[in-house]
Write a protein that binds this ligand. Structure first.
Ligand SMILES: C[S@@+](CC[C@H](N)C(=O)[O-])C[C@H]1O[C@@H](n2cnc3c(N)ncnc32)[C@H](O)[C@@H]1O
Length: 269
């Protein structure tokens, strides 16, 4: 399969889930970007900007003198991102495929993406494209979640089934929701150097954050066109069981580990 089909809602319908993603993961994303070299004055590219949660954070970090191109292949996402970044200066929104943006080669100081490679059939192709877009010595910063790392304490068997179903769903969409587990190798193989890595897992006993896994999986079930009806029905029952677990303050809920990567395009290449 050369083209993957995006597995989640876009635009207004996907906004609340991505706002929750930002609430949970956003502070560490910002920290990682700054630690990896995001600075005022840089020319930055954000791929798969979604509804613009990190677009705003990046734009605020590169003033004065910086500029940001925010790319997504969904018009609905871009419209929502533009609205949520109203009043933010120095951002240009572009609709393009992240793997073939058509943007000028060698023109960015830093390229960033979060939760994109997991939706693509060819994450290695994405990384090779990013390498051409960066200036020599330019920085790649990216973050991907390992979807099968979630846990509950006490353990719910339903969650293991969810992991299996999510893997099958991704495979039917031509992608790999656990690409985070091999992204370091892919970055090295794409010709980057000076790889840095980190990871963090958000864990909760209460709050809306506990529902992120169920909300994301429930949404993805709606887009799983090729699955038999019994599979979708089983998926919905799992969502109900895990929602009950998330509502129970005696259940500890561990969300997906976010793996963070930074690397450089070699200066001489
Ligand atoms: C899970 S969302 C993440 C959004 C944002 N990076 C964030 O973390 O808040 C994935 C985004 O990737 C976009 N996307 C999926 N495939 C794409 C592609 N081939 N090129 C550009 N964007 C793509 C989707 O439209 C969606 O906005």
């Amino acid at each position: 399969m050369s083209q993957s089909v995006y597995a989640l809602n876009v635009g207004r319908e996907g906004f609340d889930r991505l706002a929750l993603v930002q609430k949970i993961y956003g502070p560490k994303s910002r920290e990682w970007l700054l630690r990896s070299g995001l600075r005022p004055g840089m020319r930055v590219l954000e791929l798969a900007c979604g509804t613009g949660a990190m677009t705003r954070v990046i734009a605020d970090s590169i003033v004065p003198g910086g500029s940001l191109v925010a790319v997504d292949n969904s018009e609905a996402q871009l419209e929502t991102a533009k609205a949520s970044c109203a009043g933010v200066d120095g951002v240009e929104f572009v609709r393009a495929d992240a793997c073939a943006t058509g943007l000028p080669e060698g023109s960015f100081d830093l390229v960033y993406f979060r939760l994109l490679a997991m939706h693509l059939p060819d994450p290695a192709g994405l990384l090779r494209h990013i390498r051409t877009l960066l200036k020599p010595g330019g920085i790649l910063v990216c973050e991907e979640a390992a979807i099968d790392s979630t846990f509950t304490d006490p353990p719910y068997a339903e969650q293991l089934i969810l992991h299996e179903m999510a893997a099958a769903l991704a495979s039917d969409h031509g992608s790999d929701f656990n690409v985070a587990r091999r992204l370091g190798s892919l970055i090295n193989e794409a010709g980057f150097e000076s790889l840095e890595v980190s990871a963090h897992m958000p864990i909760y006993v209460r709050g809306e954050e506990k529902f992120l896994e169920v909300a994301s999986f429930g949404e993805a079930l709606n887009h799983w066109q090729s699955a038999p009806i019994e599979v979708i029905r089983e998926g919905r029952e799992i969502c109900e069981d895990l929602s009950r677990a998330a509502s129970d303050e005696r259940v500890v809920y561990g969300l997906s580990t976010m793996r963070q990567f930074a690397a450089k395009r070699p200066a001489a290449a």
